[in-house]
Ligand binder design. Structure first.
Ligand code: NAP
Length: 283
């Protein structure tokens, strides 16, 4: 595994497993096998409805002596309907069965997101979150967050892949040393992305799969990457990307794809709807 150091000196793995749209049962299996294969970063969220499953897999791996809690890097995200709920962080930790997370995000710039971020800052000071993140922040809301936050975000989670490197946001955040953790790193399974000719060619050259080439590109861009998978072969392959490096020329060739596609975009009104989308466990 390769690591980066965040702006608050916390060491973070560059590669992890994502758990979006993965059922609790599949999450237990995927996360457990990922840890067994050497993954150390796991990304979940209140809204994925699988935090308990992540906690279960982590506990099993620790109980079996595969890993120690302090070797793992667990990230999760507060959902907007919980930003004004003072118990949201403790409830999140309870679902995970953990007394801290390594990275705590606010998931969407909806509702009273500054109150949500204050909860994160409090969790950081209380030792319940070792680093803080924002997710899906752009434009005015990003500016508000930067202006009003006491602790600047250590990580930003945004859609990122060879078609979209989020240069504008990352330039804006560069003075704070905020690190990008890209979501949809493989285009959410879009075969068109991994089958781009440049990846066919590099896969042949390095005797790797096209997905492995894309993931290696992420890490060489300095991104943290969290491909989602419930397929044991994919989980194994996605973790096996540290025995080769793309050259500067190859990185430049891949850069030609940048700016050509974004899979998900939402208007302000659509994002605001998240503030009233209650999660099943909210009762
Ligand atoms: N902050 C946010 O708003 C946000 C939004 C979306 C996602 N995320 C996070 O980002 C993570 C990654 O995004 P994602 O899971 O939606 O998309 P992704 O990682 O780009 O793609 C996942 C898809 O790719 C397939 N796949 C994985 N490895 C593969 C391989 N080696 N070869 C071929 N196909 C492969 C998976 O299928 P198999 O299961 O068959 O492998 C799945 O269909 C999420 O899991 C979540 O943790 C965050």
């Amino acid at each position: 595994m390769e690591y980066v150091t965040l702006s608050n000196e916390v060491k973070a793995p560059v590669l992890g497993i994502g758990t979006f749209m993965i059922s609790p049962e599949d999450t237990v299996n995927s996360v457990y096998s990922a840890i067994k294969l050497g993954y150390r970063l796991i990304d979940t969220a209140n809204a994925y409805m699988n935090e308990e499953a992540v906690g279960k897999a982590v506990k099993q791996a620790i109980d079996e002596g595969l890993v120690k809690r302090e070797e793992l890097f667990i990230s999760t995200k507060l959902w907007p309907t919980l930003y004004e709920n003072d118990a949201a962080v403790d409830d999140t930790l309870n679902r995970l069965g953990m007394d801290y997370v390594d990275l705590l995000f606010i998931h969407q710039p909806a509702g009273n997101y500054m109150v949500g971020y204050r909860q994160l800052e409090k969790a950081y000071k209380d030792g319940k979150a070792k680093s803080l993140g924002i997710s899906n922040f752009y434009g005015d809301k990003l500016e508000t967050l930067i202006r009003e936050s006491e602790i600047k975000p250590h990580v930003v989670q945004l859609e990122a892949h060879p078609y979209c490197t989020e240069k504008e946001v990352m330039d804006r955040l560069s003075e704070y040393g905020t690190r990008l953790m890209g979501w949809y790193p493989l285009g959410h399974g879009d075969p068109g992305l991994v089958k781009e000719e440049v990846f066919n060619k590099l896969a042949d050259k390095y005797r790797k799969s096209n997905a492995q080439i894309v993931l290696r590109w992420h890490t060489q861009m300095g991104f943290m990457t969290i491909p989602g998978s419930k397929n044991p072969d994919h989980i194994r392959d996605n973790g096996d990307i540290f025995d080769f490096s793309l050259t500067g020329e190859e990185m430049a060739e891949i850069a030609k794809l940048d700016g050509t596609k974004k899979y998900y975009s939402a208007s302000d009104a659509e994002v605001e709807k998240y503030a009233s989308m209650h999660l099943p466990f909210e009762g």
